[in-house]
Structures are given as C-alpha cells and as structure tokens.
Design a protein around this ligand. Structure first.
Ligand SMILES: Cc1cc2nc3c(=O)[nH]c(=O)nc-3n(C[C@H](O)[C@H](O)[C@H](O)COP(=O)(O)OP(=O)(O)OC[C@H]3O[C@@H](n4cnc5c(N)ncnc54)[C@H](O)[C@@H]3O)c2cc1C
Length: 467
C-alpha cells in the first residue's frame, strides 16, 4: 500500500482529539482521526463494548459530551476519516507517520499538519507486593466497569488521591458493588479547598457531591492522609497495610492499619503520554503543577515543530474540559494557517477559548500539587518493592546503584535494564525520574526524559515484515 496523504492527522480520539475533529470537519479538509482503542471517546467518554443491562446504565459516558458518540462523529462528513483500533507507532519530523491497524497491518501516512491528543496514563506510588493479583489501578477498575460492565470484585478497597478515587467508588456503588474503605492520600482540608478551586465549574462540583453522597449513604469509611505501603497474600491479595503520611512525607509512628481484602484499586494521579511528540522532536518541559514532562506549546497550541500541534492532557493534566478547549484551539490555529479562517475571526475565537482555559488550568494545578509525591515518601519505600514491573527491578537494586554513584535515568537504565521491558518505560520512567530527583541534593529533575524509539508500542513482527 502506498503512502496516504491527509491535510490533518489527529492522534487520539478523547475530548481533545474529538474537539479538534468537530471544528476541522466543518471545512473542506481531508482529516484522519486515529485511536488505538476500539471506539473513540478517550478515557472519559469511553463507551461500553456492548449494550449494558439496565443496572449498569449509570456508567454510560457523561452527557456533557459534545456529540453523539454512538453514531460516531462525522459519519455524515465524508472528509473526516476515523480509524480504530489503530496505534501510531512513530511520527517523524517531516510529518510522516507509521500506523498499525487491525485490518490492514502497518500503514504509512503523510500529513500537512498533525495534532497530538494522546492524553495521559496513571501513576502509582509503588509498594511492596503491588504486582500481586488483586491489585489494579483505579483506571483499570473503571475500564472494567465502564467498558465491560464488570465489577473488579464484589468488595473493593480504594486507595489514591484526587477525584478519580471518589468517582470510581461512586460508580462501583452505583453498579451494586461494595467499597469497603477509601484511603485518601490527601487531607480533609485539601478536599474542602477543592470546592473553592472548582468554583465556576458547577458540573464538576455536582459530580463530586453525587460521589460523596453515595459514599455517605453507604457509610463507606474514608481515611485521609493514608498511603498503602505493603500488600500481602500467597498467590493473590489478602491483606493491605497502610500508614498515615505526615505533611513532611514521613510515615507517622504507630499509624499502621491493616485491612483484609481481595481487591485493591490504587492510583496517584496521571502522567502525560508525551512519547510521540518527543519522537517528533517537539520541545518538552518539566512542570510539577502540570503533571511532569509535558509538551511545550504556544498559545495557538503549536509545538516547537512547525505544523505540529499538541492538545489536552499532554500539555498539562487538567481534565476533560481543558482538553476539549485545547483541541478546538489547535483546530482553529490550523484553519488560520491554511487560510480557511480570517485572522480577525481566529483571534476573537481564540481569545474566548483561552479565557475559558484559565479556570481549568487553575483546577489542574491544584490537582497536580495534591497528587505530587513528597520526596521523603520515596525513602519510605521498601527495598523489595518492584519499580520496573517488566524487568523486575526493585527499589533495593535502584538504591544500590544510586549509592554507587549513578545519578541519571539513562545510566540507571543501562545498569539495571529498568525501562527496557515491553511497556518501554511507560510505568517506571516517571517513578525513576522522581526517585533520582529525591536522591539528588538539590532535588533536581532529569534534564530530559528517557529517549524513545519507533515503534513506541509493541506490534507483531509479521506486521512490520509486511510493510
Ligand atoms: C485511566 C484514566 C481514567 C480516567 N477517568 C476519568 C473520568 O472518569 N472522569 C474524568 O473527568 N477524567 C478522567 N480521566 C482524566 C482524563 O484524562 C481526562 O478527563 C480526559 O479524558 C482527557 O482527554 P484527552 O483528550 O486529553 O485524553 P484521553 O481522553 O486520554 O484521550 C487520548 C486518546 O489517545 C489515544 N492514544 C494514545 N496514544 C495513542 C497512539 N500511539 N496511537 C493511537 N491512539 C493513541 C488513547 O487511546 C486515548 O483514547 C481519566 C484518566 C485516565 C488515565
């Protein structure tokens, strides 16, 4: 198959990608919207893979989505092509892409403009035993429920920080499951502050109150400033051990609590999926209040590579409203560059969107600070805790190499193989940056994230061979 050409290729069909596609599709441009999931919608508008029975209907995507996802966007617009499940394996600075599709193997695409809208993934503060069956991330439990209508277990213990822990608890209760306890890493005061920061975002306050209401009604015990430090079990989870974390990041003496459970869902915020923009040569910056390494853009959402845009969680974790706004901003900028939107109209629409984005960014900065792991918390992690799950590299091994003088992520990778497994460092790399920063005298971050190469995600060898 030859190289296919498009005016705009959008990678990721969550709120940011869909936001961009809906604006662009109104103009005579040839657009390709790609997502590796079976259906478009991203993390928040994830659609069930089947028609759920009535008791699971509460988990349908929220109604605030801007279009009917059940019919697919743009089905009436023959200039918008949607390909799912298709994974982008690599993007090169000349805007040439490699795409792995389920039906046509690897395809080559050329674009005049690209929008990266690849979203975020979860981050977990590791603890001893976290690879035991029965331990999963908050997102994994949510995907089971939203996409497949399956409760991870009839009883579940939730641990984490931020809205997803409460949202998931509420969704589990709504589906007839039981949440035994919520261990919230943040303080009660932080939760109250959140209401203040969310002022102006009434639907979010409403969602939060609904979740809290369900927890109160079911008398779910919520414990603040608690962090899981170990889980135990022979072949599967049986016991969770948590401690109270003081504001200086140390464990409070005598605060240890034990919980018997067969299922734990845990998470400590999100990490932007920056690998593809990084591969393309886009400048990245590190910002704690935006979730770590993010893609640098200007006000038009253009990256340092001309004609390449980034929108949504990859420019700073702040939730779906910001993602939708930034997708639209990127689309307007492309229309302006292509001469389809005059400069005056562009400036007016851009200013309105930038203004709305400010509120979301404020909320995002608050969340990211709340999730941030205190440098001292890394000192409390047991030597036996696995950090790189693919290569089984423990905290003890990493500490040993740091004692021997290793100070950078690439050196640690070469010494231990951490980050070289099948996930290509997606899980452990953000943890390693923080461990190294916590060990450096000035708490300094790595100057660059670990390098990435094509293919950014594993593919069958046969697909490559057929290219
Ligand atoms: C597990 C998880 C669960 C979440 N649940 C909620 C929730 O319930 N409520 C809420 O308000 N917020 C939730 N969030 C936060 C969420 O990230 C945002 O609210 C919103 O979905 C962000 O929109 P986005 O478009 O930036 O990214 P996303 O919605 O994450 O969309 C990015 C899309 O890019 C695709 N993609 C990534 N890489 C590739 C590739 N190489 N090739 C092809 N496609 C690719 C992904 O499949 C994904 O569909 C969740 C986040 C995570 C990580």
């Amino acid at each position: 198959m030859g190289i296919e050409a498009y005016d705009v290729v959008i990678i990721g069909a969550g709120p940011s990608g869909i936001g961009a596609a809906t604006v662009l599709a109104e103009y005579s441009l040839k657009i390709l919207l790609i997502d590796e999931n079976n259906q478009i919608g991203g993390q928040i508008w994830r659609k069930p893979a089947y028609q759920p029975v009535s008791r699971f209907r509460g988990h349908q995507p929220p109604t605030r989505q801007p279009m009917d996802l059940s019919t697919g966007i743009g089905t009436d617009k023959n200039n918008l092509h949607i390909t799912t499940p298709s994974c982008v394996l690599g993007v090169f600075p000349d805007k040439h892409l490699l795409l792995s599709t389920s039906d046509q193997g690897v395809r080559e695409i050329k674009a005049r403009s690209i929008i990266f809208a690849t979203g975020a993934r979860e981050k977990v503060l590791p603890f001893k035993g976290w690879t035991l069956p029965g331990v999963m991330t908050l997102g994994a439990a949510q995907i089971l429920l939203k996409q497949y209508g399956v409760l991870a277990s009839s009883e579940i213990l939730i641990s984490g920080a931020g809205p997803l822990a409460y949202l998931l608890s509420s969704q589990i209760i709504g589906a007839g499951g039981k949440v035994t306890t919520v261990l919230d890493r943040s303080s009660l005061a932080t939760m109250l502050n959140a209401v203040w920061v969310m002022a102006g975002q009434l639907p979010k306050i409403g969602e939060g109150l609904l979740a809290l209401g369900r927890l109160i009604k079911k008398r779910v015990s919520v414990k603040h400033r608690m962090q899981v430090v170990e889980v135990k079990g022979k072949d599967k989870l049986q016991e969770v051990i948590a401690v109270r974390i003081a504001s200086d990041g140390t464990a409070v003496d005598g605060s240890q609590q034990r919980y018997e459970t067969q299922m734990l869902a845990c998470g400590n915020g999100f990490v932007p999926n920056i690998e593809l923009p990084q591969l393309t040569g886009c400048d990245l910056i590190y910002a704690v209040d935006k979730g770590g390494w993010i893609v640098k853009t200007d006000r038009s959402m253009e990256t340092s590579v001309s004609g390449v845009f980034a929108a949504g969680e990859i420019t700073g974790i702040a939730g779906s409203d910001k993602s939708l706004i930034e997708g639209r901003l990127a689309a307007l900028s492309i229309l302006n560059q292509f001469g389809k939107l005059n400069s005056k109209k562009y400036r007016i629409r851009r200013a309105a969107l930038l203004n709305k984005r400010k509120h979301c960014q404020r909320f995002g900065a608050f969340l990211n600070r709340q999730w941030a792991i205190h440098p001292r918390e890394w000192a409390g992690i047991d030597d036996a805790a696995i950090i790189c799950r693919c290569e089984d590299i423990t905290m003890g091994t990493i500490r040993g190499w740091i004692k021997k003088g290793i100070r950078s992520a690439p050196d640690l990778k070469r010494a231990t193989r951490c980050g070289m497994g099948i996930c290509q460092g997606r899980t452990c790399a953000p943890l390693i940056y923080e461990i190294l920063a916590a060990c450096s005298v000035a708490g300094k971050q790595e100057p660059h994230p670990l390098s990435v190469r094509t293919p950014v995600k594993p593919i069958p060898l046969g697909d490559l061979a057929r290219l």
